[in-house]
Structures are given as structure tokens and as C-alpha cells.
Design a protein around this ligand. Sequence first.
Ligand code: SF4
Length: 327
Amino acid sequence: MCSWKFALNYVLGLREKPNHKAELGNMVHKALELLAHRRVCEQEGRAWFEEPEIGLAFRADRMTVEAAADFGFEHYKKKNESQHNWTESFREQVHHLTRHTVEFNDGMFSPLKRKVIAPEQYFDLPINEPWAYYDFKDPFTGNRIKGQLAIKGTVDLLTEGLTDVLEYLDWKTGARKNWATGDVKTYVKLRNDSQLLLYFYALSRLYPQYRYIFTTIFFCRDGGPYTLHFSREEDIPRALDMLKTNFEAIKNTQRPARIWDDPEERRRVCFSFCSYGKTKHPQSGKTLCTHYYQELQQLGMDRLMVKHGVAGAFGQYGSGGGSSNRD
Ligand code: SF4
């Protein structure tokens, strides 16, 4: 979407604070995850489960849809108490979206009515391809960094349908559109969606025993479920091609470009959801985006990293796509 935003996040190590909409997604995800844990208890005849992120134990039979939505809301509210005004109408939205997802078409996609394989699945997989190696000198520390590309992420809910069929359910609480282009996501566009392709690739490596992997992307407030089938024969090579293209584009970028200079893109992307275009730098009073971009023009990337870098910033996966901000 914007190379400069990527550089601010993953090279200079600035971090955006989660916005209201991302937090709403996290709350609904948490609620649905708790219901999936309840389902696993039912499958295994257990009365209790432990929520892995916070380590609290819950009685499965008390984890109703309402209790799960309340917990999701309270958990993230507490985490970011000072950053947002968490009104009761926000709580109601969490309840509404959770209920709507669970009740859709008689509970067709409800974790409570599925055979759950994993309420969440984390992955961290090295890419064993000749192009996936890197070797460079870190301008910030002066150290040589050598390694191999690895992909990391968390998929939402894995269920088993028929024998041989693994179905991955991905919850989305935002609009059904591509934020980089503004286009509505159709079936055809979803087949080329890089996140879905990447997750399919990861699941095909983690679950070789399943012959078929279906992906359902469920837009909780914008159209409901879209189910796709990716095939190992055709889509693993496509996923690797996509990774290679992106990896090489990142590796070869000497001076990241920003989309701010295009007035249309600035209106559509920068002001709507990038905090670097809104937050002011305390000394210069310019936006963080502009402040550091002007320094980039003066210093170049290497010296900018020496001046403002954070040790290990580019090696951190953090929470994006992990245990929070998954939407
Ligand atoms: S404000 Fe716009 S140009 Fe600046 S980093 Fe964010 S998306 Fe990129």
C-alpha cells in the first residue's frame, strides 16, 4: 500500500497505536475464539479451558455468545483504556457482530456447530527456496545479518468438514474492499488475495494430511461468507511466486516511496487509517510521515536508520496479524 509506512513500522520501528476499528475487530475475534475453545471442550468432554493469551481459566458451559462478546470487549478495553473512549454503544456493536456471525444461516459458520481443529493457528515457517536468503549489513548496529525468509501469522479458526477437508474461517469486521486500491473484493479478487494465498500455503504445509483446504472469509458486517478452494497443485506455486515478488521488492528498495504526494491517495488512505499522517511530531509539529520523510531526503536511508533506528525493529513481528490487529 505504501512503502514508506512499511519503512516507518518495520525499519525505523515506530509503532502505530491501534485504532477503534481495528480494536472492534480484535474484540469480535476474541469472542469467536472463546466460543471455539468452548466447542473443543465439548468435543473432548472437558469442563474447563484456559485462554492462552491471558492464561485465565473458563468454565465451558458458561461461555455463552453474550459472555464471549462481553469478555472480548472488556479485554481490549482494559488493554487500551487510555487511548479510546469505549462507550456502551461500542459494546453493543461487538455483541451484534458476534451474534450475527454465530447465527448466520442457522449457525452454518458458528464455531459452536463445527468440529474445531484449532481455535487459532499460529505459524512461523521458513521458506526453503534458493531466492529466500538474505545477507546485509544493518546500518543501525553495523552487524552483518544473514538468514532465510520466514512467514509468520495467525489464522483464525480451523474446522474439519468432510473427511479430508480442512476449512479455515477468517473473520473480517471491516468493509469488503481492498484498502490499497479501494476496490470491492469479489470472488475473483479474493482468489488473488495475498493474505488468503499466504494462509493457504501455510496450512498446506502444516496440515499435509488434508487433501482439500477450503477458505471461508466471513465479512461480519459486509456480505457474510465467501468460500474459496485453493488447490495444492496450482496455488502453492502461485503463493511462492507472490512471496518471491514481494520479498525481492522489499529487498531491492533503497529509498521507500510514499503515497502522500498523490492527493487522491492521500485523501483515501493517509487520512482514513494511517496514524503517521495524523500524529504530529513533538518538535517539528509536522506529521510523523512528513517529518521523517524530509529527513530521509536529507540523510538517505542508512543514516536515517543510524539516527532514529531501534535495535531489532525489522526483526519484530509484533502484533500485526498475530495475536491482535488481525482484521
Ligand atoms: S500518511 Fe500516507 S504516505 Fe505517510 S506513511 Fe501513512 S500511508 Fe504512507
